[in-house]
Every structure is written in C-alpha cells, then in structure tokens.
Design a protein. Structure first.
Lengths: 234, 196
C-alpha cells in the first residue's frame, strides 16, 4: 500500500465523526489516523462538509415538518374513522364492471413504461414480450402487499417482492410499487394478483393455489384482501 | 421582549418546542450530515438526497421506543437512509448484469482483497452494480439491504461492515450468505441464461 493511499473507509470515518464508535474501536481508529495523513485529510474534508451542510440545511424545516405531523397523532380517536368511512363509500359507488374496481380494501392498476413516462394499461389491452410493467396497488391503510402472476403456461411468479416468500411492507401513501417487471416470451393470457393485509403474511398458500389453478380470493386467509387483473400477451 | 415577559423567545407566533422536537434537532445536528452524504453517494441526486435525509429522520422518530431502537442511532439511521436511497435507485434501475458473482469470501481472502483494488470503485461500474443490487434487494429488510450494499457494491470486508453497523462479524457473514442464496435465484430470473 502506497503512502498516499487511505486506510480507513468513509463509512467508519462517518461513525467516528458522529462520535458513535465504541471506546476500543475509537482508540484503534485514532491510532491509524495518527499514522495516515490521507485519512486525516479526508476526516477534515468530512468535518468541513458537515459544517457547511448544517449552515445550508439547518434543522428548522425538518422539525417544522415533524411538528406539523404531530397534532394528527393527538386527534380524537373517532376522527380516525373518517378516512375509513370515506373508503367504504368509495367501494360502494365504484363501477363494478371496471376490472380495477376496489374490492374489499385493495385495488390494482398496471402501468406500462413508455419512454421516460408510463401509460395505464386499460382493460382488455394486449401487451408484448419485453414490455415493462409497474404496479399501482391502492389500499386503505398501511400494511403488507404482494403481487403475483400466473402466465399462459401456468407458471406462477412472485413479482413483488420479487421472488419473495413473504409480503413486503407497504405504505398507503405510496401506491406505486418499486417493482418494474419486463415481460418474458411466454404468450397467452396472464392474471396478475395484488394481495394486501395489515399484518405480515407468507405467500406459500398463494403460490400453491395459483399453481393448482385456484382463485386466490377463494382461498385467501382472513384479513388478506385480493384483487386481480388480466391481460393478453401476444 | 422585556425581561419580565413570559412569551416564548422568537416572537409572539413562536411555539415552544416539544422534548421530541429537541431530540430531533440534536439528532439531526449530530447525524444529519453523515445521513445526507450516505443518501447522496447512493442516489447521486442532490434533490433526492435531501428528501431521503428528511424522510430518514422522520422514519427514525417513529421507531424510537420500539425494539428497533435498541441499536445505536447511527446504525438505525444509516440503515434507513441506505434503504430509502436504494429504493429511489430501484425505481429507475434496469438489470445490467454488472454486479458479478454474489460470493461471500472467507477471512483470508478478505485480507488479501484489502491489499488489492476492490471492484465497483469506479463511477459507472459502481452505479450499475448498485442498480443491479437494488433490484435484487427488493423486499429485503433494511439491515440486510445495508449489509449487502456495503459488501457487494462498496467493497467493505465483513469486519468493516460489522464495525460500521455495530454488529458481530458472524452476524454479518450469516446475513450475507442467506441473502446471496436468495439473490442468486432472483438474478437468474432477471437475466435468463446468464451465469450468476
């Protein structure tokens, strides 16, 4: 190792600078610092950057944002029912013939990536191998979601969390899931399912049911809402 | 304001800060710059990095008092920031196959690796490797994702990962081995025909 090479990675210097190292680890790091001018120089860079950051981005706006959310946690309990009541009304008036109907507490919309943007996949649309899909899952509350599919050959895939065995955490304020799936070469009809629950849940029952060609809403455990949409791939 | 005034300092419209707000201010001053640098190094976008920084602290305030809070604040904040930044990267990621084999080395190999240049230290290569890992870590917990990024993309040894996250080396190795097993299956799905 040459004299100009650093010996301490930034992540450890960050921990040191934040005074978050245990005494023994701090002592070891300081011994290395004493012998390494490049690492001392980097530490000073980080220290200066920290000072500049706090001048440019003081804590005030963050604290204001935190405090603005604080009163919501102290609202009367009955006010929490208002969004739930609104959602139940929404379920009642949504056209039933719309395949993206909100059933129970979850809805599913597919979006196909087009250039830098995306386009909603309309009912009855035909997609092609290579199309990239994203999933918008809307539920009334935070919890856990999963997206699965059964393709024209009966192959079952867990799209979100990709290849996972358990549902992923979900925030109702972020309905567009981070998953982006490129459709493969298998043609035919494909059904995509969105599952939502307030509590964590495993996916083995869903994978098994789809593999056997069963409807998920018929076998879903209590507390797991199911929605599905289909499309043809040609 | 006269010395006898009982109005809060800062003007008639200022509200007295709550103890939680004071804690948040102190946490931000102590860890904010590091959290921001972490977010920026992963997202490579100034605006996203600031968003991730704020979101990280707000998320941290929610886990205070829960079992998650038993880890040190630096560790929890670092993991949340890494998780949220990688989430941003994942939204724009396309599989490139740049990540390379997801193998966990033994201690001797790591010692030898420390003397040599690590992979993914270059600009574009690192970006692509991070994007690939972002796709492979979808659905993983914050601690697993952070360990994976530090090891497979940023070239830290298991010992260094353990020090950064205040974990035991054994825990890090176990998490990496289990993650690698899951990720290798996912990577086959993402690039059919390619050898992991």
């Amino acid at each position: 190792m040459s004299a100009g090479e650093r010996r301490i990675k930034d992540a450890l210097l960050e921990r040191y600078l934040s005074d978050a190292l245990a005494p023994e680890a701090r002592g070891q790091l300081e011994s290395v610092l004493a012998e390494s001018a490049p690492d001392r120089a980097r530490l000073e860079e980080l220290r200066a950057d920290s000072a500049a950051f706090l001048v440019q981005h003081p804590p005030g706006p963050l604290v204001a944002r935190y405090e603005a959310a604080e009163p919501a946690r102290r609202r009367p309990w009955w006010l929490l029912l208002v969004p739930a009541l609104a959602a139940s009304v929404l379920v009642g008036v949504w056209p039933r013939e719309n395949p993206y109907t909100v059933k129970g507490t979850v809805s599913l919309v597919l979006h196909r990536k087009a250039g830098d943007g995306s386009a909603r996949v309309e009912p009855g649309a035909t997609l092609a191998p290579g199309d990239v899909l994203q999933f918008e899952v809307k539920a009334a509350e935070d919890g856990y979601v999963a997206v699965l599919s059964r393709d024209g050959q009966g192959t079952v895939t867990v799209y979100h969390p990709f290849g996972g065995t358990e549902a992923a955490r979900y925030q109702a304020t972020r309905p567009m899931l981070p998953a982006a799936i490129e459709l493969d070469e298998v043609r035919g009809h494909e059904e995509v399912y969105a599952l939502h629950s307030r509590e964590p849940f495993a996916l083995d029952w869903a994978v098994a049911a789809l593999t056997e060609g069963k409807r998920l809403d018929a076998v879903a455990p209590r507390g797991v809402a199911v929605e599905h949409v289909g499309f043809d791939k040609r | 304001m006269s010395p006898e005034s009982t109005a809060p300092r800062g003007g008639p419209t200022a509200r007295a800060a709550s103890p939680a707000s004071d804690d948040l201010t102190a946490l931000y001053r102590r860890f904010g710059p590091a959290v921001h640098r972490r977010a920026l190094s992963l997202t490579r976008d100034a605006e996203e990095a600031l968003d991730v920084t704020q979101d990280t602290f707000l998320a941290y305030m929610k886990v205070r008092g829960t079992p998650r809070d038993e880890a040190s604040p630096f560790t929890v904040l670092y993991q949340i920031a890494t998780y949220r930044a990688v989430d941003r990267v994942r939204r724009r990621a396309r599989w490139s196959g740049s990540l390379g084999p997801l193998s966990v080395e033994d201690e001797d190999a790591e010692d030898r690796r420390q003397e040599a240049a690590t992979s993914h230290t270059g600009g574009l290569e690192r970006v692509e490797a991070l994007q690939d890992l972002a796709l492979l870590t979808q659905g993983e917990d914050e601690d697993v994702l952070t360990v994976a990024v530090l090891y497979f993309v940023e070239g830290h040894t298991t010992e260094e990962v353990a020090q950064v996250l205040d974990m035991s080396r054994k825990t890090v190795s176990r998490m990496l081995a289990r993650f690698a097993e899951r990720a290798q299956k996912r990577s086959l799905r993402l690039s059919p025909g390619a050898t992991p």
